[in-house]
Design a protein around this ligand. Sequence first.
Ligand code: SF4
Length: 380
Amino acid sequence: MFNRLYLHIPFCRHKCPYCAFVSSPGSKSEISSYVNLLLDELQFAAHEFTSCPIDSVYFGGGTPSLLAPSQISLVLEKIGQHFNLIQNPEITLEANPGTVNRKQLADLYSAGVNRLSFGVQSFNDRMLKVLGRIHSADQARDAFSYARSAGFSNIGIDLIHALPEQTLEMWRNDLQEALFSGPEHLSVYGLTIEEGTPFAVRFNNEKNLPDNDLASDMFEMADELLTSAGYDHYEIANYALPDLRSRHNSGYWRRDGYLGLGLGAHSFIHQGEFGVRFGNPCDPKQYAASIRSGQIPRCNTITLSREEAISEFMFLGLRMAQGVSFADFESRFGNSLQAMFLPALQKLSRAGLIIQEQEGIRLTRKGMLLSNQVFSMFLV
Ligand code: SF4
């Protein structure tokens, strides 16, 4: 059914003006009540679902590093009691560099977290200010070195490019600074202006934002600098040192089953022929009321049709550098990929967006840049 657990921590010190995630500021007592709800939900879920051995646990947010290490430890204990964890599970926690200190990171490591993902976003203090981040570049550098001293040998850094007034030189500095820290993993996203955020109002006519050409140059610069430094560009926005890809996120792109717990979390489980997706409510009151009445707070359940599963398989699989395999497609859907999508494959190959090989297809670098255009060709 699923072999991955995602736990959503919907608290942040301060809401960043570009962010559309389910998160808001929370007091210590709100955080503590929420952890109790999460513990109850874990217990209910363990009774409702039979899981495969759990390969990865991911604390995402929001800002999971706002939880005390003792709270993370409680959640991990509960997971250990109710689920069957494999011997060396990947246990990731997203951390905001402005919320961590040396002792806390050491305690998180002792609690069993073995992978950190730092939301650094930029090493330029002016850009951090524009993004409304609560931390400085120095705090990010310190957080990284505290994490290393605490024993973490698997650390990711997230960076954002195509920021307002950001130049190519500024982006190069960010990448070089990140390389200097030596993380095992780098996630490199282009800024997207999400509807309903303060950025959508401030940048509604795209003035001050890098144009498409500059944004493409930034993407290519990341690809060149990071791959020459030995990182494998294994997914459109993700790079890792050999054997250190994110197991959890790779599972999303491969369509492994995962159970999402907490406010607004999403799940995908292998049930029925093509799988089922559902979400938790985004309204804190509705979420809490449901758990307190002893019910799993599921909403928006979708049993995927064959067509939906095919489209998902294509756009998730093509996000990965290895692409999708013809044999895998045929074994899941009973038809050959070439037969189903021949005109699309020919058109995309001619446009230089995909490469067709003996075993399957994958995106070219140009295809990664124009991935939405490619994915739209596989809507069934
Ligand atoms: S810290 Fe992350 S989750 Fe929180 S508001 Fe900022 S971008 Fe959103």
